[in-house]
Design a protein around this ligand. Sequence first.
Ligand code: SF4
Length: 443
Amino acid sequence: MQPEHLHYAERQAPRYTSYPTAPHFNTGVDADTVARWLAELPATSRLSLYLHVPYCQSLCWYCGCNTYAARRDEPVLDYVDTVLKEIELAASKLTARQVVEIHWGGGTPNILSEQQFETITQRLARRFDIAANAQHAIELDPRFITRDKADAYVRAGVNRASLGVQDLNARVQQAIGRVQPLEIVEAAVATLRAAGLNQISMDLMYGLPHQTTDDLSNTIRLAAAMAPNRIALFGYAHVPWFKKRQRLIPEAALPGASERFDQAEAARIELQRLGYVAIGLDHFALPEDEFALARDQGRLRRSFQGYVVQDADALVGFGPSAISTLPQGYAQNAPEPGAWGQMIAQGQLAIVRGHKLDDADRIRRRLIEQIMCDFSADLAPLGGAEACASELETLAPMFADGMVQLEGDRILLSEKARPFCRLTAMAFDAYAASGAARHSRAV
Ligand code: SF4
């Protein structure tokens, strides 16, 4: 990386999977608010459902997700009981029934037995009309995939599996507390494909402890040899003040900002050499994949799942910490399974905070989304370039470095600015200045 650009990589910025970002949510949004918001949704609304499974067999040290280790069966049994009640509760508030997307995240959704998974999907099918061509995706831990589970996913209509891979070098795997040799990932992919689940995504990471650029290139070649349709390449976010388990990762073993940048760049070049198309900040897809088509047609969107080809009018979240995105605003469930379960047991939605969107939020949200997805944005809805003088002033160094430019009321990011698009987006974040949040590095 050019030394004069190092200061961009050292800055911190949100990932903008929502606007405002979750640290700026407030307790003014509660269960009653969201019951009203759900009831107000038109019956014709197309729904996306997100199910957060908050348990894993064991906890990986690098993980920033809201998840708990389940060493006994009871927590998972309780989860299934409670999520069924939560589905009933939400469905009773909604007149909308049409579901066009389902996404299982976590945690480890494949901690559920096939029977538990089917109990939940059958309840969803009973309470909602799930479109025959619905996008149905599940995040899976390759270490715990069986043929019976893969068959259950296919029977339920799952058509995309996302595998957590991170890095395939033993030294790095040991340093992040997740040992998962290549053979395990290859076997998981083969099992899913044999069951008929052919849309495979893989999550990889750079910026991990002891990881070198060569390690990352090796991981990318091994991953690409399994021909996933999509690869997501995330920078490890070291936030030990927020995720205590990350204290197990020795800070001295982490690559610095310049090395992280070089890793991300080398990975991007290698993935493109292997035939993948770059999508947004951190995704890559085979040219015939829906993501690549959506990028070319300007249909990429940003959501809590990262980049998506959004087809829904509202996203309803289930499970601890799940966030719903409704036309009126965001609403987050209690993060801790006990508190979530208690609220549901009392017959109320488990909402503890959120954000009611106003028109100014919606304009800035769309602008930030355009920067994150398309690397350009129209400033006209904010009143045009003149009205955005203070935001553009914040970006003066990026203008001076040729990273961004204006064409009329449109702001454009150059190729070299793309890794820093979070910083460009942050200039238009009206909440960022409040300093309520600490974020991960911009690269
Ligand atoms: S990385 Fe995945 S398996 Fe590991 S703790 Fe996080 S959610 Fe669980």
